[in-house]
Design a protein around this ligand. Structure first.
Ligand code: R5P
Length: 293
């Protein structure tokens, strides 16, 4: 038996296969059945090697958190001594303070749940804002945030001539700077105020967009409203084109269609979240970090 195995779920099969190949590790899928009443039956391989890497992106997270809460202790019962979670998208990171009295700071409690289940956690571009590092979030655990921003920067530079990279809000500054650095791209950061789930007020930086290709870059697109507001403004200010590059393509509901209706041309993303817009793979990044742990 190999020393390590990658366990994954079949809704993330393409990334799982690329990752297993990059790791040089065998891959097995967790068998998942949902009973008519909603309960889950999960089945792992009947015996496991000492090191188990579990791939589970936490987009649409609630049921997946329960899957992990069931699979992690089961994996230890079946032989795992070291359990590593590879969560290319780490959910609940934006709820990092009590915005109203009594509000649950989900970031902290989801991290405590995962830190209790796994020995190490790897993720890509987590939305760390008020909490600055994975070590702070997962005390006593090996925890690492990788960034796909340089890969997205390379991709954009390969597609467009002299693009301007724009982060829609201050929180995007870290990713925009990392993406721009890859090829010395011109870049700027907007300011955003969120009024509700689907309502944002946004101001782009004072650039001359005339006849330039603008690329909006962010960690995550959910309802798409942040990017729609930014795209509308960039086009109104004379941008020749507006494209979008995000690490995590959540795009809930008709967000993608709305984005195109607002004038966005291309939408590019990484495969951290499976989506038709995926053009850049995070598999080599995750594999390298998992091997180096
Ligand atoms: C928050 O600041 C994030 O970086 C994204 O800008 C935000 O989550 C995008 O959400 P939506 O697509 O719903 O506007």
């Amino acid at each position: 038996m190999s020393e390590q195995i990658l366990l994954a779920f079949d809704d993330e099969a393409p990334l799982a296969q690329a990752l297993a190949q990059a790791l040089g590790a065998p891959l097995a899928f967790v068998q998942r059945h949902q009973f008519p009443d909603g309960e889950l039956r999960l089945r792992l391989p009947e015996s496991l090697p000492p090191r188990v890497l579990m791939l589970r992106g936490l987009q649409r997270p609630n049921e997946k958190l329960l899957e992990l809460a069931l699979c992690a202790p089961a994996a230890r019962e079946l032989g795992a001594r070291e359990l590593v979670l590879l969560a290319p998208y780490l959910a609940y990171m934006r709820q990092d303070m009590a915005f109203t009295p009594g509000e649950v700071v989900s970031q902290r409690h989801v991290a405590a749940l995962l830190g209790g289940l796994f020995d190490a956690v790897l993720t890509v571009d987590p939305h760390l804002h008020r909490v600055h590092s994975m070590e702070e979030l997962f005390p006593g655990r090996r925890a690492l945030a990788l960034s796909a921003a340089p890969l997205l920067g390379e991709w954009v530079a390969g597609q467009l001539d002299r693009p301007i990279l724009i982060g829609p809000d201050e929180e995007a500054a870290q990713w925009v700077q990392a993406a721009a650095a890859a090829r010395g791209l011109e870049h700027g950061i907007g300011r955003k105020h969120r009024l509700g789930d689907r309502e944002v007020i946004l101001e782009l930086p004072p650039f001359e967009f005339g006849a330039r290709a603008v690329v909006l870059l962010d960690d995550v697109a959910s309802t798409g409203q942040t990017l729609i507001a930014a795209a509308t403004q960039a086009l109104a200010r004379g941008a020749a084109s507006v494209d979008v590059a995000v690490t995590h393509a959540l795009f809930v509901g008709d967000a993608l269609a709305q984005l195109h209706e607002a004038g966005v041309r291309h939408v590019w993303s990484t495969d951290a979240v499976p989506h038709p817009s995926n053009v850049v793979s995070v598999a080599p990044l995750l594999a390298q970090a998992a091997l180096a742990l």
